[in-house]
Design a protein around this ligand. Structure first.
Ligand code: TGC
Ligand code: FAD
Length: 392
């Protein structure tokens, strides 16, 4: 990939809404991405490999669970800081943001929110530093949008339980040290279990041949009579609201993250359009190109403001799951459209690895599906405004 010349657009001076701490967190993450991610990411994506060497640095800049208090190894930052970090990481690549989202929102968040004191002390500091990596198992081969139908289950055997079943499409699975797994007990209630690599009968085969999120490792979680100590069950929640609460945190991060991918596409298209000469003029001089660029920056600005307001609400514990759904859906769709338009502006060069466009575009096809599909989030909004569930 060509040198990273990214300059962040800020058409409505959103920076004025940020504190000095927010800007420091954002700028630190941005510098990390420029130095560590941009130079290598195209190569790793082309080879469909997760750049494991980034884990230590991600831990050092506090990208894993920044909202977790310092006593458990986190940074005790607010949700706007978390959002800005996700924005900057996804500016680099959705796969890198995915790794951080899963670790923070889907592994550390449930342990912090629903875990025992012993579980928090055992796992959180090592997860915050990146010494241990985690993954989150909710989706099954036959239960994606409808996780309540899950068949992964555990049976009580005194001081331990026996876990059986399989999870699919799990980010970080191939290298994770632990998995937060959602499974039903004999009464059909959903519980969270911390399954550790090395437990007999637990395997994590990698999923190959992805055209999207190629720099993120995806795999299955297979449980064949796995003996899990009862002390590994999260005591603080039962029912589907457990995993769905974690998704609120991760979907919030995605709503911010994809703004970064969209900014990168816009920034690259703007620069390219001023340099590329056709018919004796830069293509930026043509009205059709200007329409594309003007619409892109308008949509990015709207998405930034939506994120900022959502961040304020989440900091005040007032953001509803439905507001988070709306922001995730709107912003991912916005980013996909911008990636497509940016691809057009780059002409043939847009399909190459010289520019980040095609990689972002393909990545966003996963982002629009995971953490609740585009249509599921629409139905969540539909339910909220009508009071009638389309799922029943
Ligand atoms: P429903 O009957 O509506 O709700 C069951 C219980 O959960 C509560 N609830 C929530 N609680 C917290 N946050 C939310 N967002 C919640 N939504 C619902 C609800 O109040 C109820 O509580 P209670 O106390 O009455 O039991 O559930 P449903 O079965 O009708 O399903 C609703 C639906 C379809 C919206 C939900 O299942 C859904 O969101 N499906 C999408 C599945 C999904 O998003 N999967 C994501 C898997 S993880 C992933 O993709 C990681 S990608 C990682 C990366 O790489 O970044
Ligand atoms: P399905 O649920 O089969 O949906 C197929 C289509 O049907 C979609 O368009 C959907 O919108 C539509 N549909 C379904 N139900 C309805 C309805 N009621 N009304 C209208 N339309 C409907 N999961 C995890 O648990 N952990 C992870 O770490 C994780 N990482 C992922 C990483 C990647 C790269 C990908 C691609 C997925 C990941 N997932 C993960 C899984 C992801 O959450 C699911 O793919 C997603 O929830 C959708 O499930 P599905 O693929 O089974 O699609």
């Amino acid at each position: 990939m060509a040198a990273d010349l990214f300059q962040s657009p800020d058409y409505f001076n959103v920076d004025d809404l940020l504190t000095d701490e927010h800007k420091l967190v954002r700028d630190t993450t941005r510098a990390f991405v420029k130095k560590e991610v941009s130079p290598i990411i195209e190569d790793f994506a082309q080879r469909a490999e997760f750049p494991k060497q980034l884990i230590k640095g991600l831990g050092e800049i506090g990208a894993f669970g920044p909202f977790v208090p310092q006593e458990y190894g986190g940074s005790g930052l607010d949700y706007i800081s978390y959002g800005l970090m996700m924005q900057e990481l996804e500016r680099g690549d959705s796969g890198i943001r995915s790794t951080a989202s899963v670790q923070g929102s889907l592994v550390m968040f449930p342990i912090f929110t629903f875990g025992s004191e012993a579980q928090k002390k055992k796992y959180l500091p090592k997860l915050a530093s990146g010494e241990w990596m985690g993954c989150f198992g909710l989706t099954e081969p036959d239960h994606g949008s409808n996780p309540n139908g899950m068949i992964t289950n555990f049976k009580d055997k005194g001081d331990h339980v026996i876990l059986n079943g399989a999870k699919m499409w799990i980010s970080n699975a191939p290298f994770a040290d632990i998995a937060v797994v959602w499974a039903k007990n004999e009464q059909g209630e959903v519980h969270g279990l911390i399954v550790e690599r090395g437990m007999k009968g637990f395997t994590t085969p990698e999923t190959h041949n992805k055209w999207s999120l190629r720099a993120s490792a995806t795999g299955e979680l297979v449980f064949d009579n796995v003996k899990v100590p009862k002390e590994n069950i999260l005591p603080g929640v039962k029912g589907l609201k457990g995993p769905l609460n974690c998704l609120n945190s991760a979907r919030f991060g995605i709503a911010w993250g994809v703004v970064g991918a969209a900014m990168d596409c816009y920034d690259s298209a703007l620069r390219y359009s001023k340099q590329r000469i056709q018919f004796g003029k830069p293509i930026a001089a043509f009205q059709l190109t200007q329409k594309k660029l003007a619409e892109m920056i308008t949509e990015i600005t709207k998405a930034q403001l939506l994120c900022w307001r959502l961040g304020v609400l989440r900091n005040e514990h007032r953001a509803t799951p439905q507001q988070i759904s709306m922001a995730k859906r709107n912003n991912v769709n916005m980013a996909i459209q911008i990636a497509r338009e940016a691809r057009q502006i780059h002409g043939a060069m847009g399909i190459t690895g010289e520019y980040p466009i095609m990689r972002h575009s393909m990545n966003l096809e996963s982002v629009i599906t995971y953490e609740g599909t585009h249509d599921i989030h629409l139905l969540i909004t539909g339910y909220d405004v009508t009071g009638i569930s389309a799922f029943e």
